[in-house]
Design a protein around this ligand. Sequence first.
Ligand code: SAH
Ligand code: TRP
Length: 335
Amino acid sequence: MEENAESRLTSHKVPARLPVQDILEDASAGLIDAPRFMPPKYFYDERGSQLFDAICETREYYPTRTEEALLQVCARDIIEQLRPDHIVEFGSGTARKTRHLFDACDRAGETTSYWPFDVCEEMLRDSGQQLVEEYEWLQVNALVGDYHGGLAGLPPREGRCLYLFLGGTIGNFTGEEAAAFLDEVRAIMRPGDGLLLGADRVKDAGVLHAAYNDESGVTARFNLNLLQVLNRELDAEFCDTNFEHRALFNAEASQIEMYLVSRCRQSVHIGALDRTLELEDGERILTEISRKFTPARLESLLNDAGLAIQRHFEPDNGWFSLVLAGPEGGPVTQS
Ligand code: SAH
Ligand code: TRP
């Protein structure tokens, strides 16, 4: 990397201010007894992050390209309205879609610094290096941490902030987690700041089902990769041919549920827990929920956190929402 680019990339660890469980505690609480559940953050080791990227390229997975097309259309409006000094993105991944906002800054003659916040350190490093090379004015301050640990530990920033939470990741939170997270976001926002939230919408069950059961099997590999993470991190003995991927749409709960289903009766030793997991044929481990919103439900989620809706962008087919919201009470000053 050229020297100038290197000097525009820094990395910080974000200390958790709220209690967060580690993989040992999560496995102990979630794997041994039914109902079995592992939090989705463990998907995203280096291989998992690459597989997620591949999911975004599948024919069936519409959210990424739908959200990207929306961003392409509204980026300029958002940048001109907020003129952010900082763009802070939660669960940034490769930051592929975020480039539309940087391009809009470019065109508006604005500069901004970018604070991608993610658990996956390798992804932050690679995407950060690419971004400082692509945008010669961009300062990137990578934030490594778990956003469930709260946002009070973020480094201080002077000036106006645009917060991004894209990809429908809010749907991977339970209702309680989503409310708590938006409260945290609201607490660090000042008048004039904005939150751009991307959320997936309720739609035809067939379209939803296909998006999480792509024909090429990338989503299945992504789901099964969790077992490799458990083997590595917990000295466990999962054999991935003994499990299959299953994702279904639970219409009543308005959510996709993704499971790893045991294909036989089996015992799996988890070294770090010194316990053995007993699974019946067909028993399942919940690995992810992905909630699908109505526009009203999404807006009330934001309003309940004290955030006022400023814009609500959606495509003609209504498949995805991008909502721009701001802290209530404070005037949205525009320069
Ligand atoms: N925003 C990107 C990526 C979405 S995938 C997009 O829209 O395509 C979810 C991202 O959140 C991954 O990059 C993953 O590493 C990150 N992530 C998952 N759980 C996290 C947590 N608890 N704290 C911080 N980042 C997390
Ligand atoms: N935020 C994405 C979503 O809910 C995450 C995701 C997409 C995902 N496909 C997945 C998570 C497959 C696990 C498995 O749509």
